[in-house]
Write a protein that binds this ligand. Structure first.
Ligand code: AKB
Length: 343
């Protein structure tokens, strides 16, 4: 039996507190974030809690949250996204209307375990979309530059173009984009997404991605003043600093629905750079920083199949997407914040 009163939802005699106000005069949302302990989730969760109220943002992740912050600032639950019964119970228990579905395997680890990657990345998404259909939730699903492949135009990759990736990560991203489109057109589910470039952040390490070098290099620079890079020096890929990535996720979910012509995912871009350019940028702050290269064939092959830069004009025109950080401003901020974190 489920009752709602001023204090919250009473379920099996547990009161789940409802924040009826939020701090910004925005409509109250009840948000579930899957994969909340990951690279994006660990920064998106506090940003959404600040915006919509701590009690309105339920973080779901591993049994053990990596640090206390996620648990101490709002509700935290352990959840396996492929367990649709548990997912549905959570959505009902917390009266969820918006799901940020971030739980997924990244590209390099997905290539090592393709069957598991399909299971987590697609069956997890399908479970989320089904629960969203049954309980009328909006869904944010991140796609990636990995949704493109070697036959896609590599420079200024258009919003709509050939998508024939040759990695399981990419295959699942394309299928995920199509599923989001399908649930929108077939059932009217409010699905929205962006194609993220490689993400650079100081809070949580990515783990298992092809673009992870762009985070690791900052740790190398600050800890040892040297770094061994697993991609070749001239491998050019789109990158984005995490504050821009978080803002994109929030802004697209707040955009007027009528403006959104694409329900699969929008290209978004901020900077397009190579390992040697990131190295040069760090070196302006740490002159004795050195780099050498030991190319990892798996990750190099994946990187070589991805675009060098995305054309993000559809996102710019339809929901006013604008990045704030370029290579120089990202490097300066990243070094300052990571230095503080590493003490
Ligand atoms: C990865 O490298 O797998 C991710 C991505 C670009 O999707 N960072």
């Amino acid at each position: 039996m489920l009752f709602i009163n001023l204090y919250g939802i009473i379920l099996n005699s547990t009161i789940v507190p409802l924040d009826l106000q939020n701090h910004q005069g925005l409509p109250v949302k009840r948000i579930l974030i899957t994969g909340a302990t990951g690279q994006i989730g660990s920064e998106l969760t506090p940003a959404l809690r600040k915006r919509y109220g701590d009690g309105n943002v339920i973080a779901a992740g591993h049994k053990r949250a990596p640090d206390e912050t996620l648990r101490s600032t709002g509700p935290y639950i352990a959840l396996n996204v492929r367990d649709s019964a548990a997912l549905e119970k959570t959505v009902q228990q917390y009266n969820i209307d918006t799901i940020y579905h971030l739980a997924a395997l990244l590209s390099a680890v997905a290539e090592e375990q393709p069957q598991l990657a399909w299971d987590v990345n697609i069956n997890g998404l399908l479970a989320v979309l089904e629960i969203a259909r049954l309980h009328n939730c909006s869904v944010f699903h991140p796609s990636s530059i990995g949704a493109f492949g070697p036959t896609t135009p590599r420079h200024k990759t258009p919003q709509e173009t050939l998508q024939r990736p040759n990695t399981m990560y990419g295959v699942a991203k394309v299928a995920g984009e199509l599923l989001c489109d399908y649930y929108f057109t077939r059932y009217g589910i409010d699905t929205r997404g962006v194609r993220y470039p490689g993400l650079i952040s100081y809070e949580t390490l990515p783990g298992g991605g092809t673009t992870d070098y762009a985070v690791d290099i900052f740790y190398g620079a600050l800890r040892e003043k040297r770094y061994c890079c697993f991609l070749a020096p001239t491998t050019r890929l789109d990158m984005m600093y995490m504050p821009d990535a978080i803002r994109a996720a929030i802004e697209i979910m707040e955009a007027a629905p009528a403006n959104l012509l694409h329900r699969n995912a929008y290209n978004i871009a901020a900077m397009s750079c190579t390992p040697e350019e990131i190295y040069a940028s760090i070196k302006t702050h740490i002159p004795d920083f050195t780099i050498h290269y030991e190319v990892d064939p798996l990750r190099q092959t994946i990187a070589d199949s991805w675009p060098e830069s995305l054309d993000d004009s559809a996102a710019r025109n339809q929901w006013q997407w604008r990045p704030e950080y370029d290579l120089e401003s990202m490097t300066a901020d990243m070094l300052a914040r990571l230095a503080e974190k590493l003490g």
